[in-house]
Design a protein around this ligand. Sequence first.
Ligand code: NAP
Length: 478
Amino acid sequence: MSARAQIGVTGLAVMGRNLARNFARHGYTTAVHNRSYAKTESLIADHGSDGDFIPSESMADFVASIERPRKVVVMVKAGGPTDAVIAELVPLLEQGDIIIDAGNAHFPDTRRREAELKEKGIHFVGTGVSGGEEGALNGPSIMPGGAPESYETLGPILEDISAKVDGVPCCTYVGPDGAGHFVKMVHNGIEYADMQLIAEAYDLLKQGLGASAQEIGEIFAEWNKGDLESFLIEITADVLQHVDAETGKAFVDIVLDRAEQKGTGRWTVQNALDLGVPITGIAEATFARALSGSVPQRAAAVGVLPAEAGSWEITDRDAFIEDVRRALYSSKVVAYSQGFDQIAAASEEFGWDIDRGAMARIWRGGCIIRARFLNRITEAYERDENLPLLLADPYFTKVVGEGVASWRRIVSQAALNGVPTPAFSSSLAYYDGVRAERLPASLIQAQRDFFGAHTYQRVDKPGVFHTEWTRDRSETEA
Ligand code: NAP
């Protein structure tokens, strides 16, 4: 077997198959392999004309068909299957070869794998890929981590097959070891928040205006022409206007209201807890999915828990719609601001040196959270690469400032009328918390010192202090 493939893909389910086709369509001779040969055969049978594929039944033949340094994309189920494929690959590879894990790995696994393979002289590039099967085929957003040297040869190929916005590839080197998968994880967390916020906006329009799904779909389509323009708003307009063929009802009304999750939202929240970063929008979105799936609890509560809620009295329909739009946009800015804080904190913790502006740039196309407003985030980090808070960038301060009165009206009306808006409300609470001159955390510190002698600092002089609460209440410097 002559080693002439420029890249190889093992794992040919929907994602791997489409990525392999994307490489081939861009003129790369692409080696393809799957544990069960049937998927490899069907790829060649159905799409062999996409480009130059080299199919192999065995892993050994697959590896032998790739030119050195080999670039092997692993696109299998995350977790154990990825470890199994790596274990099979490693004895067949040589120093300087590159394994690209393009699955949805948890970043600590990527850090572990990268460290283990580095000892063997093999580069391990944990790579976030977003955009689902459509993106994999036509241009995803790609977030590669690993050693910078590996990006020198791999980067141009990945940039080539990635989505492009204004001619700029939606792919860049993210940072060492697990940085790529970390950024993909936060991307997914932000996606959770984005989706929850859209769902809350839909619910408010439905309950507040009594509007039909069709009408709300039209409102979203209108919003998609402005600042909110994004893939998720676009598909929301589409989904809401879709009619179920069987019943003739709005499709959204025949879907069971239990949102599932595969785990990246949960990972994002777990990591934020570890790092001590408040990502309330993402956390509320994750918990809202969990609440929707809390079947026995919901059954015990529906019709039982008193609401004592008012009823909507909307006199100006257009003003209400505009309030919801502004509340949505402001809450969205908070969710992104928090997500970028998390990236900054992890970058610091793990020494990744992640360029946040570049992350916003590569999310502009190909991925699920692609949106016009990501340009604004890139611009904010270009103005100040060390920006401590995205919300504090002049552009965001201005737009959120313009929306904050609407935001307060919507959150308070929702509370008064008994409509749950966990992401809208928690985002506003975060906004008010982070801008507060003084927080009641002083009382918490005092309580902690009272019951646990945990000490406190004073506003009027440096040092760490403790009060003898149960004795004479004298203060000592710790
Ligand atoms: P998948 O359903 O997650 O995985 C199926 C693939 O894994 C098949 O090729 C299967 O081979 C292989 N596999 C499973 N266990 C294996 C093992 N022990 N040894 C070798 N191969 C094994 O496929 P997918 O939906 O295409 O996703 C692939 C990866 O991309 C996942 O990590 C996923 O999380 C990630 N991802 C998916 C999406 C999406 O929209 N689907 C988006 C972004 C990222 P057989 O055919 O032999 O069973």
